[in-house]
Design a protein. Structure first.
Length: 188
């Protein structure tokens, strides 16, 4: 049993597979935090805001491939461990390419019943790697969350500014109308 809490991002489009994988993770990790997504866009949001220690991904997804997910993960943080859990990597060359592209490992879904046995050594390696970087990762995660909150705040200010600009235009129109009415009154 892994006693260290792990933040795990699971990229899986099949709900049944996601639930089975989650159940297997709970057998080997005492207190995992698991987020499940099925698209690159949602994956990117959680990479930035959830800051997982490990990403588990299927290879065939509706709108992308697992290699697309791997590329996105590595572009955001090359130190995040990445493990494929898939039914499609039965080609040795493709499996080798996943490792060459930065995946920490892959497990075939046909081993779903004993996934915990196959996944445990890979997750233990994640824990060993993260203990040395934990303080740094916490600061980076906090900084990422803060930066994202600042961006949200700036977006809201921009929205407020456009609303203020519209109100100023209305006031100017009202003032101009008042000036025109006043000029008409003076001429009469």
């Amino acid at each position: 049993m892994i006693n260290t809490s792990l933040r795990i991002l699971l990229v899986e489009d099949r709900e049944a597979d996601a639930m089975l994988i989650k159940r297997q993770i709970n057998k080997i990790v005492k207190s995992p935090e698991i987020e499940i997504v099925d698209s690159l866009e949602d994956c990117k949001k959680l990479l930035l805001n959830f800051a997982p220690e490990v990403v588990l991904s299927d290879f065939n997804l509706p709108n992308c491939t697992g290699l697309d997910v791997l590329e996105l993960v590595k572009s955001i943080d090359e130190n995040i461990d990445f493990i494929f859990i898939t039914g499609t990597i039965n080609d040795e060359e493709l499996a080798a390419n996943t490792i060459l592209n930065g995946a920490s490992g892959y497990i075939l879904k046909k081993h779903m019943n004993n996934l915990s046995e196959k996944l445990e050594p890979l997750l233990k390696k994640v824990v060993i790697n993260m203990t040395g970087r934990e303080e740094l990762r916490n600061r980076i995660r906090d900084n990422k969350i803060t930066v994202n909150q600042i961006y949200d705040y700036l977006d809201k200010i921009n929205e407020d500014n456009s609303e203020h600009q519209q109100n100023i235009k209305k006031i100017k129109l009202a003032i101009n109308q008042f000036k025109l009415d006043d000029e008409d009154t003076e001429q009469a």
